[in-house]
Write a protein that binds this ligand. Structure first.
Ligand code: ADP
Ligand code: ADP
Ligand code: MG
Length: 661
């Protein structure tokens, strides 16, 4: 076995690999860029080597620098993680030439699976079902229209070199096929420097289901069940689970066996993933193979009990797989939420800055529930704009699907991040969404369920009452403490003896103390909490239900966040509440007169021109930052006075992009 390995990556995946290596008694070497000198993966590794500038193109993507770091530290093998150099044939070959082991598949398999047309042909030859379509290259728009007509609409026009959801268009008619061909070709040329295009049938009501494979260098390949990744936003996975609520044993076996056949056809070893698109009738079609460890691999680990990184390291060292297909047992259900530094309330704009609080839920294995948090950040650390916005992966496992979902809801309620915007409310809302709980998923779920964007999970009556009661009890504790510490009775507005009202999102209730809790409009709500002023979380038992919320102090009460929604609870005396009615409501007239660039990035396109009249929600421009294209939309109805940016411009935060009238 290796004595020392180098991890050519950063963030949570570097930390993940270090954890297993350490458990195996292997020394670890981290590499880092200028932006990462204080990063968690650097702290956790035994040694760390600085490899260059903050942009990945000056550090994590430079093969020679990684090889130098290996030589300098005497590491015997390299784990590439995902992204960066993980699917780069030249990297695998360069390591090979230096006699350094690559903890991944052979260069030939990376090459064969790296191109969508080639891999689709190989898959068809290996007996794998592929999406019906035309396998050749398409020369021009006329040919595209003809072929699309032959296949039958709708069709998917795709770049052979595509990845990350780019260079891909759906067409429902001749006109869209013509346009789609041209725009896919342009996007592919600019993103991948390769404009080869092909066309296949667009699968309707699609679900994304993928098979985990694991092979050794002795010809053995196993499949470790599937993962469903249908909850996607702009082709980026957000929530993944294993197994899939949609597959039956027969389909699972058929997909698994086809995946093994394809892997064997390219002499695959190490961990890999065969992605399929599955239609409403459980017909499944090969999409592509990812020749690396996948972001969502933990859900497979939790249902199989297999440590995939450990297996990858052993395989790279030449060991034979000890497992046989019949030893692979799928137990229970696992869910993963990707925690992104992005603001779901503002069109998912990425967010950068310092983590003033980072309090993940307790990892645990207890009462049949597992909670795991794979993270690459720490409290006080910085989220930089140079890398992708994923900061953690929260994973839960339970005996069945709903127990895993409920465990996820609970774990998300116990996750506190401040200082940057994050998507905890958004994934929390999905966990509570009935259609998600029913397992009725397609890749269009987010678009269909949140067509107007995200505005917090709905608040039901029971929850509203529980939070109103809790907010009141918290406020009482705060006032009591204030009285005790200052020995001065607070003003009459806060006199505990006076009649009190609680205002929760505009719903006003009369509130009073009761023996076992409080009364709301005369109704008793049983409540017990050990919360003390200053605590970041409040745990309470309300009418027999346990709840946990994160707490932010407001002048007149608290903002309590949980179950995918933040709620403001305000506590006032009857008199103050009555006076409130005379306070004019502050209306946000959106007095901003310009579109300000919210993050450093490059302008991809501008959707408006001087004089255009634009409705709230309509796109104004697209800016690329943190590897994502971000659509900036109008926050209210506006007329465009002046456009101050153009495609290709590099912008800093707060640069004025567009002025409104
Ligand atoms: P997986 O297939 O493992 O679920 P993704 O497909 O979301 O993961 O992404 C895999 C890797 O590719 C990640 O490291 C991610 O950072 C990178 N990646 C995804 N989309 C893009 C993109 N548009 N540009 C560059 N890298 C990307
Ligand atoms: P990438 O390399 O960008 O990951 P994929 O081929 O894996 O490209 O496709 C990304 C996503 O696009 C899939 O997860 C699926 O949601 C959708 N998609 C791809 N091909 C089709 C198709 N033929 N029909 C319907 N949806 C598709
Ligand atoms: Mg894919």
């Amino acid at each position: 076995m290796f004595k020392k390995i180098l991890i050519a990556n950063r963030g949570e995946i570097a930390c993940r690999v270090i954890r297993t290596a350490r458990a195996m008694g292997i020394q670890t070497v981290a590499v880092y860029s200028d932006a990462d000198s204080l990063a968690l993966h650097v702290r956790e590794a035994d040694e760390a080597v600085h490899i260059g500038g903050a942009p990945a193109s000056e550090s994590y993507l430079v093969i020679e620098k990684i090889i130098d770091a290996v030589k300098q530290t005497g590491a015997e093998a390299v784990h590439p993680g995902y992204g960066f150099l993980s699917e780069n044939r030249a990297f695998a070959e360069a390591l090979d030439a230096e006699g350094i082991a690559f903890i991944g598949p052979p260069a030939g398999a990376i090459e064969a699976m790296g191109d969508k047309i080639t891999s689709k042909k190989l898959a068809a030859e290996a007996g794998v079902t592929t999406v019906p379509g035309y396998m050749g290259l398409i020369e021009d728009a006329d040919e595209a229209v003809k072929i699309a007509g032959d296949i039958g609409y709708p069709v998917m026009i795709k770049a052979s070199a595509g990845g990350g959801g780019k260079g891909m268009r759906v067409a429902w008619n001749d006109e869209e096929a013509r346009e789609g061909f041209q725009s896919s070709k342009n996007e592919a040329a600019s993103s991948f420097g390769d404009d080869r295009i092909f066309i296949e049938k667009f699968i309707t009501q699609p679900r994304h289901i993928e098979i985990q494979v694991l092979g050794d260098k002795h010809g053995n390949v196993l499949y470790l069940g599937e993962r469903e990744c249908s909850i996607q936003r702009r082709n980026q996975k957000v929530i993944e689970e294993a197994p899939s609520p949609f597959l039956d044993a027969k389909t699972r076996k058929a997909m698994g066996e086809q995946s093994v056949a394809l892997s064997q056809a390219v002499d695959y070893c190490s961990a890999g993933t065969v992605e399929f698109i599955v239609d409403g009738d459980r017909n499944f079609y090969f999409l592509e193979m990812n020749t690396r460890l996948q972001v969502e691999h933990p859900v497979t680990e939790l249902i199989t009990g297999i440590d995939l990184v450990e297996q990858m390291i052993k395989v790279a060292a030449g060991e034979k797989l000890k497992l046989k297909q019949k030893d692979v047992k799928l137990t229970g259900w696992a869910m993963e939420s990707r925690i992104y530094a992005e603001d779901p309330y503002r069109g998912f704009l990425p967010s950068t800055g310092r983590l003033s609080y980072y309090r993940p839920p307790q990892e645990k294995v207890a009462d049949g529930i597992t909670v795991r948090n794979d993270t690459g950040v720490y409290e006080g650390g910085e989220i930089s704009l140079f890398y992708d916005p994923m900061i953690a992966k929260l994973i839960t496992h339970g005996p069945d699907r709903l127990s895993a979902v409920d465990a996820m809801s609970d774990a998300l309620d116990g996750f506190r991040i401040d200082g940057i915007r994050h998507n905890i409310d958004f994934v929390g809302a999905i966990m509570g969404h009935q259609r998600f709980r029913d397992g009725n998923l397609t890749t269009a779920f987010i678009d269909e369920e949140y067509p107007e964007g995200f505005d917090g999970a709905p608040l039901d009556d029971t929850r509203q009452k529980a939070l109103a009661a809790l907010g009141y009890v918290m406020m009482r504790k705060r006032l009591l403490r204030a009285t005790q510490t200052s020995h001065v009775l607070t003003s009459h507005e806060y006199d505990p003896a006076s009649e009190m009202m609680v205002d929760i999102g505009g719903a006003v209730m009369r509130v009073d103390e009761a023996k076992t809790g409080v009364t709301l409009d005369g109704q008793v709500v049983a409540l017990a909490t050990d919360w003390q002023p200053g605590d970041l979380f409040a745990h309470a038992e309300v009418d027999g239900e346990t709840i946990c919320v994160t707490v932010e102090r407001l002048a007149e009460g608290y903002r309590l966040t949980g179950r995918g929604r933040a709620v403001e609870v305000k506590v006032r005396s009857l008199l103050a509440q009555e006076l409130m009615q005379h306070v004019p409501e502050v209306v946000d007239d959106g007095s901003d007169m310009a579109l300000i660039c919210p993050m450093p990035g490059v302008v991809m396109s501008v959707a408006v021109a001087e004089g255009n009249v634009v409705k709230a929600g309509q796109p104004l421009a697209v800016v690329e930052a943190m590897k994502m294209e971000n659509i900036l939309r109008a926050e209210k109805d506006v007329t465009i006075a002046k456009v101050l940016c153009a495609e290709g411009d590099k912008l800093a935060v707060d640069d004025i992009m567009i002025e409104f009238e």
